[in-house]
Design a protein around this ligand. Structure first.
Ligand code: GLN
Length: 564
């Protein structure tokens, strides 16, 4: 088992590797820290490749239920990933790919395939050796894919778990080989228990000890807490963790994650990271983020507020966080708000409540209605009545994926009088299958091939000339000229608009404002006599960025404000 045990290398690496781990509790901002580090190094002129490493054995996030996992984010090349990739893209204003997402499932799949192909030359294939090597391979591939100066590897979970130990081991091996071409950033939480009323550093000290016992001395500590860390605690932490005090970054709660880059930069993180790697600042360009942070403060403190109802079914299951299931939708709506100098107040409206109490009672106070993506039958009738209400009351409506399919069904039922219109996802033998399964999808479901088999990733769409959708893309600069038509958006679905009903619905006033280049798949629908009623088969939310909001969200909010 010797050939693959590569030893220490003297040569300096071009690409530097930063590992980010979390300690004490989960959910304190490891993803935002990783995104921020990436954005900060980018702002100094470096090319960065963030990589999320998830410990689960799922090959991708596509088969994990949303209540368990949160949002499934989709990249251009069709990978179904953890929501952190969405944050990376939003902070970097860059499209990432499958190279930026690694799971234990992918690692084992590759290793077992290699073993079956006799690529280990008859060796004993071992977890402790071959899995970390495969992780390192992946990180190197991620560097190559973007020709990156920095790979920033976020290790999922918290230190001390069994699950992620091999990622930490990969970090240890990299550090052994490349020394200061690697760095480790630990994100720890300092609680302030109400009964004590004092910020406590012991839990972080312990999580650092845990890391040290896995062979990793962290170089940086991001000290997450309700409030700012005082000097005394910084000193204590430095002294107990061996981390230089300049590398301990105070990270108090903020009202917007987009404020974090400016904050960390001010705390000296970027300078210290570059000093660690003995690299110069090629430029300094954080102006965008600083200006943006000021803008949000101004808007969030103003009284220009619009109330948007997001209607869906996941909204009353146990105690999971909804905001996790629809992060990209929430962010995109906020981006659209900020682009219009308005604060967006989102409320989650459960379709089950609408089914019980009626759309009018529940929705009459809202300025706009959005139906995001979804699957299955639960709550569907409530969503359809919400859409009917938006259509009739001329409340701006934005439908995303399922939100487009159900809007089509509503139109067929209530405008075209096809009372039994449905999607075959809910009613297999629907008399009027307005939405039906795509032919290749049917085969896959019959063979139980669920993983990564939906229509995924970026596909071209031609926007119809003279439509409201075209106007939105033109205004946002995503279409350069009238009639330019071609946009590219991300998808994740198995069902589609049934073309047999196209003529009937169009004759009744439904506008098909976007379709695939071959004209076969309907991608956008809209209504004419309505202030804003646009719904898309794709997920525009995945491409909205704070510094470059998606035009459909911007125009939706604009219509909401106008109507208000
Ligand atoms: N369930 C629908 C489909 O599979 C919509 C999917 C979605 O909203 N992402 O086509």
């Amino acid at each position: 088992m010797s050939y693959h045990i590569k030893t220490r290398k003297a040569k300096k690496l071009h690409t530097k590797f930063i590992f980010v781990s979390g300690g004490v509790i989960s959910g304190v901002g490891k993803g935002v820290t990783t995104s921020t580090i990436a954005a900060l190094l980018q702002s100094r002129g470096y090319i960065v490749a963030p990589v999320k490493c998830d410990a689960y054995l799922n090959v991708d996030a596509g088969t994990i239920r949303p209540q368990e996992h949160g949002e499934v984010f989709v990249t251009d090349d069709g990978m179904e990933t953890d929501q952190d990739l969405g944050n990376y893209e939003r902070f970097l204003n860059t499209d990432l790919s499958k190279a930026n997402y690694v799971t234990n499932g992918q690692l084992y799949q590759t290793i077992i395939q290699k073993e079956r192909n006799f690529e280990y030359d008859g060796e004993d294939v071992e977890v402790a050796l071959h899995v970390p090597e495969e992780i390192i391979n992946r990180l190197e591939q991620a560097a190559k894919a973007r020709k990156a100066d920095f790979v920033i590897c976020e290790i999922g979970g918290t230190v001390g778990e069994y699950q992620n130990i091999l990622f930490i081991e990969a970090n240890r091996i990299m550090k052994y080989r490349h020394g200061r071409d690697t760095a480790h950033v630990h994100v720890g939480y300092l609680p302030t228990p109400p009964s004590i009323g004092e910020m406590k550093s012991k839990p972080v000290q312990n999580s650092v000890k845990q890391l040290i016992s896995s062979g990793i001395q962290p170089d940086f500590l991001i000290a997450r807490a309700e409030t700012k860390l005082d000097d005394r605690r910084k000193q204590t932490l430095a002294w107990t963790t061996n981390i230089p005090v300049e590398n301990i970054i105070s990270a108090p709660n903020v009202d917007s994650i987009y404020r974090v880059p400016a904050n960390f930069d001010k705390e000296g993180l970027t300078d210290q990271l570059l000093r660690h790697f003995e690299l110069p600042s090629k430029k300094r360009d954080l102006k965008n983020w600083k200006k943006f942070a000021e803008k949000i403060t101004r808007i969030e403190n103003s009284d220009k507020v619009i109330n948007i109802a997001v209607v869906g079914k996941y909204f009353e299951t146990g105690d999971h966080k909804l905001s996790d299931v629809y992060v990209s939708v929430i962010e995109a709506l906020k981006h659209g708000g900020w682009a219009n100098n308005a604060k967006v107040n989102l409320e989650w409206v459960s379709s089950a409540t609408i089914e019980k109490q009626g759309a009018k009672k529940i929705l009459s106070g809202y300025d706009g209605i959005c139906v995001p993506g979804g699957f299955g039958s639960r709550g569907v009738e409530g969503i359809i009545s919400a859409i009917e209400y938006a259509r009739k009351q001329k409340i701006p409506y934005l439908g995303l994926c399922y939100g487009m399919q159900l809007a089509t069904i509503e139109f067929a039922r209530n405008v075209c009088r096809l009372r039994t219109a449905h999607t075959t996802e809910v009613e297999k033998e629907a008399r009027h299958p307005i939405i039906h399964i795509m032919p290749d999808q049917e085969k896959m479901l019959l063979n139980r091939e669920y993983g990564a088999t939906m229509r995924l990733g970026a596909w071209d769409c031609l926007v119809t000339r003279g439509t409201k959708a075209e106007k939105a893309y033109l205004r946002g600069g995503w279409l350069k000229a009238k009639g330019a038509a071609k946009i590219s958006e991300r998808h994740r679905h198995r069902y589609e608009f049934n073309n047999e009903y196209r003529e009937k619905l169009e004759n009744a006033g439904l506008v098909i404002s976007g379709a695939t280049p071959d004209g076969q798949l309907v991608e956008i629908i809209e209504l004419k006599d309505h202030p804003f009623f646009i719904a898309t088969q794709f997920h525009p939310e995945f491409k909205s960025r704070p510094l470059e909001p998606h035009p459909l969200f911007t125009e939706f909010v604009r219509a909401v404000i106008k109507r208000k």
